[in-house]
Write a protein that binds this ligand. Sequence first.
Ligand SMILES: [Zn+2]
Length: 166
Amino acid sequence: MKNTILLLFFMLVMKLCAQNSSVSGKVFFKLDSSALPGATVLISGSEIGTQADYDGNFELSGLNQGKYDIIVEFVGYGKDTIKNVVLKKNSDLHIDLGLPSGPCYQFTDSNKCPIDGSSKNVIPIIYGLPGKKLMRKMKKGKIKLGGCEVTGCEPNWFCVRHQKEF
Ligand SMILES: [Zn+2]
C-alpha cells in the first residue's frame, strides 16, 4: 500500500515535471532553399527562443505539451509566424521554416502574372501532401506543388513562362 501511494506520488511528480517536448528543424530561404544561420526562432508570448546554427538547424527543447505560435525572423529576409503548432507530450516535432524574401509575398487571388499581366501560363501552387489526383495534375504541369512547409506567407500562383511565384 505504501509503495503504491509512493508510486502514484512519483507518477504525479513526473507528470508535473514533464516538459520534455521539443521543436526542431531547419530555417531556410524559400527562393533558393539555402540555410539561414543565425535566424531567430521564438515561441510567441514567451521568453523561449533560439538561433539557427551554422547549418540553419534549430531546436527548442524543454517545452510543455500544448499549442504554440512560432515566430521565425531573420534581418533582411523577413518575419513569419506559424500559428497553432500543436506539441504532444514527450514528442519532438520536426518543422522546417521557410522564410520569404521581405516581410511577405504580395500574394493575391488574381492569377495574372505580375510581369506581363497575363494569366495564360499561370498555374496554382498547391500545398500539403498531394494525393494521386493532384500528382497526375502535377505531371501534366497543371499545378505546382508548394511542399509541406506552410508559413502563412505562401505565393498562390506560378507563372511557368517567367518561372515566377506570386
Ligand atoms: Zn509571367
